[in-house]
Design a protein around this ligand. Structure first.
Ligand SMILES: C[C@H](O)[C@@H](O)CC(=O)C(=O)O
Ligand SMILES: [Mg+2]
Length: 430
């Protein structure tokens, strides 16, 4: 039973100095410090249960997301949780359609990242109170209640509430792929060492970062293909580095390494550009994957309508939490496009596993061409870290959205006053 009135919302800027090890680097984001705006909401209920939510950032700018969370706080404070989840669509819309704040969105950028962090905390709180992991809360939910969480505004031309009520169920662990071996910040030796270890650990699908330098890409892709052999799956990720013709030309040269997909070949806003690239590369056996920087459900709708992608990558912290992701999962089902979520960062694996397990059980009922990203960084800072077995995500059992961070990790990494940053900042200033 949901209970309590939201009595407190706090938000902290938590940063991990991942750039020091080259972790997370790609052709456009060369020195990311994986970070999060970390939201905790409390209620006046006697159970003392807190809801924790994050959104993922790359270091600088997290303070801006923190400001945006604070600007949204008045929509959450003093609300009964029962009223929020009883009209979740209305609450979602209240956050995303604030008559003043929407000017600096709408439903995109910093204000949408902040919305995701707040709503992720609400979902965590709700699931903890129900004593279920979020995926199970969703699976068990009456379909009418489920669709009542979705804001169908702007997508009724492809998906209506009636369409959404026709989906079905099943259950299992979820196949994963690894990105951890081949960040652009890694030397060839590190790449080889991590790839050998990943093979030993049973990984069969690997993603490599490309796009900064063609000769470099050819060499690194050759190393990986030689190591994993012809049968295992290779994906490539350019992180928006190219113009449209450049993407086609570059990938035509990398086609010999047989990538399943090229991810984010160009600007995430260029729907027709993605369609052009897709038209050119699909005949070479290369699909287009995108979504980790897709603003909202409307852009996903248009990518689907334009046949601009073959693999759809939802992100648990960029869209408006579970609510908006539900609408995208249902649209992907309708267009028969497999969902292969973006994960990694700080906590993205922890969150998105709930969405993809729900997708499999309740929406797609298929594993064909479906795989969820896994990145082996920063899980030790979470109270309920992901569990990977035989290169698959095992369904989380703890109540909530797996969003809660260990308090000592938050304290240590809080920016700029945490122990880690107090040591690092004077060194970086010199
Ligand atoms: C900056 C991030 O590490 C980015 O490269 C992640 C990404 O594109 C992915 O995991 O995919
Ligand atoms: Mg990517």
């Amino acid at each position: 039973m949901v209970r309590g009135r939201i009595s407190r919302l706090s938000v902290r800027d938590v940063r991990f100095p991942t750039s020091l090890g080259g972790h997370g680097a790609d052709a456009m984001h060369t020195d990311p410090d994986y970070s999060a705006a970390y939201v905790v909401i409390e209620t006046d209920a006697e159970d003392g249960i807190k809801g924790c939510g994050i959104t993922f950032t790359l270091g600088k700018g997290t303070e801006v997301v923190v400001c945006a969370v604070n600007a949204l706080a008045h929509h959450v404070l003093n609300k009964d949780l029962k009223d929020i989840v009883g009209d979740f669509r209305g609450f979602y819309r209240q956050l995303t359609s604030d008559g003043q704040l929407r000017w600096i969105g709408p439903e995109k950028g910093v204000v949408h990242l902040a919305t995701a962090a707040v709503l992720n905390a609400v979902w965590d709180l709700w699931a903890k109170q129900e004593g279920k992991p979020v995926w199970k809360l969703l699976v068990d939910m009456d379909p009418r209640m489920l669709v009542s969480c979705i804001d169908f505004r702007y997508i009724t031309d492809v998906l209506t509430e009636e369409d959404a009520l026709e989906k079905q169920m099943l259950a299992q662990g979820y196949p994963a792929y690894t990105t951890s071996c081949a960040w652009l910040g890694y030397s060839d030796d590190t790449l080889k060492q991590l790839c050998a270890q990943a093979l030993k650990d049973g990984w069969t699908r690997f993603k490599v970062k490309v796009g900064a330098d063609l000769q470099d890409d050819m060499r690194r892709c050759q190393i990986i293909r030689d190591m994993i052999g012809p049968e295992k799956t290779l994906m490539m990720d350019a992180n928006q580095r190219w113009d449209v013709p450049e993407a086609v030309e570059w990938m035509s040269k990398l086609a010999k390494f047989k990538p399943l997909w090229i991810e984010e070949p160009t600007s995430p806003d260029d729907i027709l550009g993605h369609a052009t690239i897709s038209k050119a590369l699909v005949p070479l056996g290369i699909g287009i994957a995108t979504g980790e920087q897709c603003h909202n459900r409307v852009i996903f709708k248009q990518l689907l309508q334009a046949k601009a992608l073959q693999f759809l990558q939802i992100d648990s912290c960029r869209l408006g939490s579970v609510n908006e992701n539900l609408s995208v999962l249902l649209m992907a089902k309708k267009f028969e496009i497999p969902v292969c979520p973006h994960a990694g960062g700080v906590g993205l694996c922890e969150l998105v596993q709930h969405l993809i397990i729900f997708d499999y059980i309740s929406v797609s009922a298929s594993l064909e061409n479906r795989v969820c990203e896994y990145v082996d960084h920063l899980h030790e800072h979470f109270k309920y870290p992901v569990m990977i077995q035989r290169a698959s995500y095992m369904p989380p059992k703890d109540p909530g959205y797996s969003t809660e961070m260990k308090e000592e990790s938050v304290k240590k990494h809080q920016y700029p006053d945490g122990e880690v940053w107090k040591k690092l900042l004077p060194a970086q200033e010199n």
